[in-house]
Design a protein around this ligand. Structure first.
Ligand code: TEU
Ligand code: CA
Length: 561
């Protein structure tokens, strides 16, 4: 049974508001700017927008550090602007999914401002405090942005936990009052009419078994376990959230789950478990880093690894749970530079990567600029970069560990999050039409060649390839619900697979590299007729489907009957 759902049939577009469109010349993207571009999104044909955080925030982590969950950040506009955004989207049949960041708040949130005052404050247990001595934090855990995961708080001479920056104190999900306040906040947004949530690092909210209790610390200094993800209570919390909130609305949910495996993903997304609809997993995003090291420690991608990994996820969640499909987001470098060819074959490789992803089983996510093949950026010096993650890493590796600055910059060029955060490239005017002022982060200097206006004028552009992929998904049920099977498993440059539904079959063939290569159709695949659905070369003609030559990055899809 396919158990049809609107979120299984949708294509989602992610907007990072700070970098999307600036309407008032302060160099910072804003909500009125987004409203001015909704017709563009409608032309692309996306069904849902996932909007990264627009709530009050000191922007230590660009909005992923929230100081008021029910107010709009001043730089982005007003609640009235937000209401208009939702209304304009719904008028065009576009749904709005908001970002739920509840593993941590900002240290400027009222709850934390209270909690830090005294050990018996009402809000003390909204956060995670442990005793320690001035220079000996409760555990040796390291935060995601470097340094200790504990920050000393002098007022009460205790440490608080922060798995991200020290301005992002972790919330204590063991506390039912905290959970209820979160559920009320979620209902506030759902009652305004939003269509779901993307849940930030949601598999990190359960930590108790890794941390001895407060009392155990007071008695001695027990040895805590190393921090892991997917803690014992995470499913209890999500099933409670589902009962209290999610089940009451017709919405979609996607949980961001670093380190999650397919087995664990089944537990989050199996429909009968009433937790989430899908998760963002990260295994395919770690295939180009050295094993056991950080993302900065680079390793070339091995296509074999990618074929095996994506196929594993396709097969394991095929009939239980649901896949999200993505190459890009605001934390990842741009895929055409990462796995494609940002130079001579930028257009062909961007289209190949899009076809490869969008014909798989799952909900596809398009990150702003991906649909026009925006690339990574190479600013001259670290001072041109803005992201706390890159700044902290540069400081640690160059100034504390003595790494060569050039080598560290190469890591930032390859994996820095600012690659995804340079302003959206709208046209050839100054600052790519993103702002009339000075952009908060420099625009990629290649915007005269890569911009929306140019792509809209060229019927063979990457934009129109994405538009067609979205149209095909609407037209052919097999793309959403068909069975996935990898073929040519051992071919070292072709990533090919089939989709099957009833007596219909799709054949998806991608040359992943610049080198021409021969395609041989497995003899197991029999068919009477084949119709070309989409290709990334206008002059793709094939006389004999059973074997033909694939040009650099050539990507084709045939419907076989
Ligand atoms: O990201 C969670 C996460 O795992 C990040 O550390 C990400 O994997 C890493 O940045 C890749 O280098 C979420 C948000 O998407 C991210 O923007 C926030 O910085 C983070 O949580 C804290 O809210
Ligand atoms: Ca602005």
């Amino acid at each position: 049974s396919q158990n049809k759902k609107w979120w299984k049939e949708s294509v989602v577009y992610q907007i990072y508001p700070r970098s999307f469109m600036d309407s008032n010349g302060d160099g910072i993207g804003d909500i009125p700017g987004i409203i001015s571009k909704i017709d563009y999104l409608n032309k692309l044909g996306v069904d849902v927008v996932w909007l990264s955080p627009v709530y009050q925030s000191p922007n230590d982590d660009n909005g992923y550090d929230i100081s008021d969950y029910q107010e709009i950040m001043g730089e982005f506009g007003t609640m009235e602007d937000w209401d208009r955004l939702l209304d304009e989207m719904h008028k065009r049949g576009i749904k709005l999914v908001m970002d739920l960041v509840v593993n941590h708040s900002s240290d400027e949130h009222a709850w934390f401002m209270e909690a830090r005052k005294s050990k018996d404050n009402t809000y003390r247990d909204y956060y995670i405090w442990r005793p320690g001595t001035r220079d000996l934090p409760p555990t040796d855990w390291v935060g995601s942005f470097g340094g200790s995961a504990w920050e000393y708080s002098p007022e009460t001479e205790e440490y608080y936990l922060h798995m991200f920056s020290k301005k992002q104190p972790d919330l204590n999900w063991e506390n039912p009052s905290l959970r209820n306040d979160i559920y009320s906040m979620m209902k506030f947004w759902l009652d305004k009419g939003i269509d779901g949530f993307r849940m930030d690092v949601i598999n990190m909210i359960s930590k108790k078994e890794f941390l001895p209790t407060y009392e155990e610390y007071k008695e001695g200094n027990p040895t805590p376990l190393p921090y892991q993800f997917n803690g014992a209570s995470v499913h209890d919390y999500l099933q409670e959230m589902n009962r209290e909130v999610l089940s009451k609305y017709d919405i979609m949910t996607v949980g961001e789950c670093p380190k999650v495996t397919p087995d664990q993903a089944e537990l989050y997304t199996a429909e009968e478990r009433n937790e989430l609809n899908m998760v963002f997993q990260f295994e395919h995003m770690s295939l180009d880093k050295q094993k056991g090291k950080q993302k900065w420690d680079l390793k070339p991608l091995d296509l074999e690894d990618l074929k095996q990994n994506l196929s594993k996820w396709q097969k394991q969640l095929e009939n239980r749970g649901w896949n999200s499909l993505y190459w890009n987001n605001h934390d990842q470098p741009r895929i055409v530079s990462r796995f494609g060819n940002e130079g001579k074959y930028r257009v062909e490789s961007a289209k190949m990567l899009a076809t490869l992803l969008h014909f798989m089983k799952g909900t596809p996510y398009i990150y702003q600029g991906e649909e026009i093949g925006m690339t990574n950026v190479r600013f001259p010096g670290i001072e041109d970069y803005q992201d706390i993650e890159s700044e902290n890493m540069y400081q640690e590796r160059v100034h504390e560990l003595g790494y060569d600055a050039e080598e560290v910059m190469e890591s930032i060029y390859a994996k820095g999050r600012d690659n995804a955060r340079t302003p959206m490239q709208w046209d050839v005017s100054e600052h790519a039409g993103f702002t009339k002022g000075t952009p908060w982060l420099k625009v990629n200097p290649n915007y005269p060649e890569i911009n929306v206006e140019s792509d809209l004028e060229n019927k063979h552009s990457i934009f129109y390839h994405y538009k067609k992929l979205i149209e095909l998904r609407k037209k052919h049920e097999i793309i959403v619900y068909g069975r996935y099977d990898l073929i040519l498993e051992t071919h070292d440059s072709i990533f090919a697979y089939t989709r099957q539904l009833g007596d219909e079959m799709l054949l998806v063939i991608n040359n992943f590299y610049e080198k021409e290569t021969e395609f041989e159709l497995p003899s197991s695949i029999q068919f009477r007729s084949g119709e070309l659905l989409i290709s990334n070369y206008e002059d793709h003609i094939v006389s004999d489907l059973s074997n033909f030559t694939l040009r650099p990055y050539e990507s084709v899809v045939y419907q076989l009957k």
